[in-house]
Design a protein around this ligand. Structure first.
Ligand code: SF4
Ligand code: SF4
Length: 236
């Protein structure tokens, strides 16, 4: 039985279980912390940096999805400094790839788009990179559009930790980073892919989608994958 810890989130005392992260404790107590790479049940990645919080006594912002709670910890989730940091992180995500929402299969069902609306990000102050990126439509049922990928690695972790196939990885670094299938094969040639579709459901944007589906149909639901992962105790 995990020990109960008392922490403060935005001045309010809440109970957390030993081993929980700040994000888990905050969400369990009904507090909103944005995150795009987090998915309940699979290992945390700390990739999107949107879930940063201030912890009293620590000068730098900490990713709440990978920082464990400690007894007596005092956390702020929504200061002006945090809001500005999150805004910058979101704007950079939009600037790095080609997110043309109006012609995206995930328009109105996209977590990136929804978060930008929620956080009031209506413009981008950085120059767009407009990278020339491919679309892999070699799989008979699914399509990967690198233009919409935010490198959250949810697909990588779900495929590896829940499906056990480990089809995906991220190659290169920084701005050159790119999702790769097996050893950089077209998805349709991947021998390890079981075509389960879990990666598609886990993807927060239009980067992974069902082939031939219209935007109205392409709403995703990763909750059942999370439940499955939690029941199996995948990450612990
Ligand atoms: S369809 Fe299933 S096995 Fe294939 S890449 Fe996606 S999660 Fe992995
Ligand atoms: S394809 Fe989707 S789930 Fe995978 S890293 Fe890109 S945005 Fe994330």
């Amino acid at each position: 039985m995990p020990q109960k810890l008392s922490i403060r989130i935005d001045g309010e005392y809440v109970y957390a279980a030993e081993g929980q992260t700040i994000l888990e404790a905050a969400r369990a107590s009904g507090k909103f912390i944005p995150a795009l790479c987090y998915m309940e049940g699979i290992s945390p990645a700390g990739a999107c940096r949107l879930c940063v919080v201030e912890v009293q006594g620590v000068s730098r912002l900490l990713p709440s999805c990978t920082t464990p709670v400690q007894e007596g910890m005092s956390v702020r989730t929504n200061s002006e400094r945090i809001k500005e940091y999150r805004r910058i992180a979101l704007e950079l995500l939009f600037a790095e790839r080609n997110h043309t929402c109006a012609v995206c299969v995930s328009n109105n069902h996209c977590e990136l788009q929804a978060l930008a609306q929620k956080l009031g990000v209506t413009s981008v102050r950085y120059p767009y990179s407009y990278p020339k990126l491919p679309v892999d439509s070699s799989h008979p049922r699914f399509v990967l559009d690198h233009n919409r990928c935010i490198l959250c690695t949810r697909c990588v972790r779900v495929c590896s930790e829940v499906e056990g196939a480990h089809v995906w990885d991220v190659m290169s670094r920084g701005i050159q980073s790119r999702l790769v299938c097996e050893l950089d094969k077209p998805w349709g040639e991947a021998e390890s892919c079981t075509s389960c579709g879990k990666c598609v459901q886990a993807c927060p944007t239009g980067a992974l989608a069902e082939k031939g589906w219209a935007a109205e149909e392409m709403s995703k639901n990763y909750v059942h994958i999370s439940r499955l992962a939690v029941r199996r105790g995948v990450q612990r």
